[in-house]
Ligand binder design. Structure first.
Ligand code: FAD
Length: 348
């Protein structure tokens, strides 16, 4: 009853936003390949749009990216606005934000979501400032209230990750948020799905754009934890930086990458970009090895959605075994080299 009253108050407090309808996902791509977070957001956006009984809209920008508009429909979009232009080949804030702003102003979505990547954060910030509206960064849970408020409930860790804050944007539209990769699940793409693909014009000519991309240098050419399909993660049980070489050998044999618990990162054994968990990356690989990791909740929130979890720990009562599909009780220094040898033999 009290909750019902609170909702009514919210709705009556708010301006009339009936001109704004639809949930829009801004798809991020590089060299014609979409980031996984975009498809994950389409999966979550589909649920929000269904709850609001409205359209799921995708926005795709770049050069030679028509195929991504088709993929967006397969991943759940009803409508896709795409802008294909040479000046959009590489991400630059002004030409990208101009096209997005123009499209948002014309289409009037009630919600706009971006991946919480370097590009997504930059673009979302620029757009929110111009519209102007609020922006909730780094969300880990998204939900909506149905009619009449149709509010986006954007939740994210707050106060040094000790609390979860749910942030509302009542006085402005659209409601905007960025969301972390690996938190939401992409739908299985359906190539038979039908939807509308609408071309929109670019808003700036090359000679109006001050920033030039001279060269693109990958931060780490072979390392991408959030998008990795296989992760071999190590914790305090490794006892130092050297044993991470054992994990790297197994990861190389499997075609995966190395992850870590915060204990290993805080000890300085491996870089923070490898950290999985509440204050690191949220990952959703096909295969996750937790090696010498006890299974603290701050670690498991970042990896528990992995398809298959293998835990290796010498303590049979370690909490990580509750999350594991396969558990091996024993000394990692014997078990890891044995698995690596076996993988190499099978691949030889
Ligand atoms: P431990 O808990 O010390 O576990 C080591 C394990 O190794 C033990 O289970 C032991 O049995 C096993 N072991 C030891 N030797 C061997 C051996 N030879 N063979 C096999 N097993 C062995 N943690 C994260 O991971 N990610 C985060 O993002 C994160 N964020 C946090 C945010 C906050 C606000 C706070 C308060 C904490 C956070 N933590 C995070 C820390 C978390 O609470 C744990 O302290 C941390 O995950 C423990 O790391 P661990 O499992 O490697 O170490």
């Amino acid at each position: 009853m009290a909750e019902e009253k609170a909702k009514q108050t919210q709705a009556s407090d708010m301006p009339d936003w009936s001109a704004y309808r639809g949930v829009m996902i801004v798809v991020e791509q590089r060299a014609g390949v979409a980031k996984n977070v975009s498809w994950q957001l389409l999966g979550e956006g589909r649920k929000l749009a269904d709850k609001l009984e409205t359209d799921l809209i995708a926005m795709v920008l770049g050069q030679d990216i028509y195929h991504l508009a088709e993929e967006a429909i397969a991943f759940g979009a009803d409508r896709v606005y795409y802008c294909d232009a040479p000046e959009l080949r590489d991400y630059r804030t002004r030409p990208y934000s101009r096209v997005c702003l123009q499209t948002i102003e014309e289409v009037k979505p009630e919600i706009v979501l971006f991946g919480a990547t370097a590009t997504g954060r930059d673009l979302a910030g620029a757009i929110a400032t111009h519209l102007p509206t609020g922006l909730t960064a780094d969300c880990t849970i998204l939900d909506v209230e149905p009619d009449p408020s149709r509010l986006l409930l954007a939740s994210r860790p707050a106060f040094s990750e000790k609390m979860l804050a749910t942030i509302l944007c009542k006085q402005y539209r659209p409601q905007m948020a960025t969301a972390r990769s690996g938190v939401f699940e992409a739908r299985v793409p359906d190539p038979q799905r039908q939807g509308k693909i609408i071309a929109v014009p670019s808003q700036m000519a090359e000679d109006e754009i001050a920033a030039q991309v001279l060269r693109f240098i990958e931060a780490t050419e072979t390392f991408n934890l959030e998008e990795a399909e296989i992760i071999v993660a190590g914790g305090r049980g490794l006892g130092g930086p050297e044993p991470f070489k054992l994990l790297q050998e197994l990861a190389d044999a499997l075609g995966g990458v190395v992850g870590a618990s915060r204990a290993a990162v805080d000890a300085g054994w491996i870089g923070h970009e490898h950290q999985v968990g509440q204050t690191g990356c949220t990952v959703r690989p096909k295969l996750y090895f937790a090696v010498g990791i006890s299974g603290a909740v701050q670690h498991t929130v970042g990896m528990q959605s992995s398809d298959l979890i293998v835990a290796i720990n010498r303590d049979a009562n370690a909490p990580i075994f509750k999350f594991a599909n396969y558990g091996i009780v024993g000394d990692l220094f014997q078990i890891i080299p044995a698995i690596t040898d076996s993988v190499r033999q099978k691949r030889a």
